[in-house]
Each structure stands twice: as C-alpha cells, then as structure tokens.
Design a protein around this ligand. Structure first.
Ligand SMILES: [Zn+2]
Length: 234
C-alpha cells in the first residue's frame, strides 16, 4: 500500500474515533438534564401529596371553627327561647335551631370526608417518599457516572487530538487538505476500500482501468463517482 494512504488511514481512524467521542460528549448534558428532571418530578409528586395533606388540615380546622361558632349560635337561640314568653318567637327560634343543626351535620359530614381523604393520603405520601428516595439515589448515581464519562471522554479526545496532530504532520499538506474536505463532506469516510471493483464509499462499480491503476500503486487514485480516495485492502 502507498505509504501516504497508510498514513491517511491512520488519521481517518483517529478522526472517526474523535467524531464518536465528541458526539458522546455532546449528548451528556441532555442525558444529565433528563435525570435531573426525573428527580424533580419525583420530588414534585411527593410535594403535591404533602401539600394536599396540609390543605386538608387547614380545611378541617376551619370547619371545626365554623361548627363551634354554630354551636354557640344554638346556645344563644336556646337562651333567647328561655327568656321569651311569646309562642311565635319560641317556634321561630326552634326553626332557626333546626336549620343551624342541619348545617352542623353537613360540616361534620365534610369533616369525616376530609379525615378519610387524609387517611388515604398517608400511604400515598409514604410511597411517594420511598419512590423519591429511590429515584434520587438511582439518578444521582447515574449523573455521577455521566460526570465520570465526561471526564474520560475529554481526556481521550485530548489524547487523540494530540496523536492526530502528530500523524497529520507526516502527511503532505495538499493531500491532507483533500482528505479533510472529503472527511467533512463524505460522511466521515474519506479513504475507502475497493472491494470486487466496487467503491465501499458509494457502492458503485469502478472501471477495470481504475482498478488496475489502483493495484499498480503508482499514484493516489480516487473513485470517479464519489471522489473518495481508494485503497486495496490487504
Ligand atoms: Zn465511490
């Protein structure tokens, strides 16, 4: 194989690795954000359950206050009843007392409903607490692993860039320019094998003449269809 082609293949191998590393590195922030979002979602589910439990407590207290004030009202009506001598006023007060008692019953029913809801919330909160703790531990570990991966990738990229620079310095500048353009525009495959007279870059058959010229190894041969630099695999 022509020495320059061998060198280009070594550079291409490094460039392809660099490309993979860089893509992996670029994906890490999004992966981290996804994990952070999952932790936040678990936290918010727990927070919602707790908030509802607090709301129930507040509503219960306010209903208790309301019921107490209605009981005071009944006591006042009863005092008025004892003081009155008018039958009409007495029965009107009885009617008022009935009405207030009914509304107390409604308040008590509502209180029972709230207590039942509070009871049913307890296991929900406990389960949300467990889920949150488990999710947080799991995703934080994954975020930490991603952080390590990031560090490793950066180190590998920097090593590879250095090796690439060294390898590139050994190749003719014009040829390297040509290679670079092909690598950028031809889907990270600038130097490709010719197999059974077919370019493995564009999958087109080349002429026998091209194939013969390539085997002669006198000069650098490009695929007439896609322009990629060809080599014969050993
Ligand atoms: Zn081709």
């Amino acid at each position: 194989m022509i020495e320059a082609i061998e060198k280009l293949l070594a550079i291409q191998d490094k460039d392809q690795r660099l490309r993979t590393y860089r893509l992996e590195l670029a994906a890490i922030p999004t992966e981290k954000t996804t994990k952070e979002r999952l932790i936040a979602e678990a936290a918010s589910r727990l927070e919602n359950a707790r908030t509802r439990a607090k709301e129930i407590e507040v509503q219960k207290k306010s209903l208790e206050v309301e019921a107490a004030s209605k009981r005071d009202q009944i006591a006042r009506y009863k005092t008025q009843q004892m003081q009155t001598r008018k039958n009409e006023e007495f029965s009107a007060l009885s009617h008022e007392i009935d009405t207030v008692e009914k509304s107390i019953t409604q308040i008590e029913d509502r209180e029972i409903e709230l207590m039942e809801e509070a009871e049913s919330l307890k296991p929900q909160i406990a389960s949300a607490e467990q889920t949150y703790a488990a999710d947080k531990a799991k995703y934080e570990a994954q975020i930490s692993t991603l952080g390590e991966k990031e560090t490793n990738l950066k180190a590998r990229i920097s090593e590879m860039e250095e090796a690439r620079l060294k390898a590139a310095s050994e190749v003719d500048e014009d040829l390297l320019d040509r290679y670079d353009r092909l690598f950028q525009t031809k889907n990270a495959a600038a130097v490709v094998a010719l197999e059974h007279e077919v370019c493995t870059g564009c999958h087109m058959k080349v002429t026998t003449q091209t194939s013969v010229e390539l085997r002669a190894e006198k000069s650098i041969i490009s695929c007439p269809q896609c322009g990629r630099i060809l080599f014969t695999p050993a």
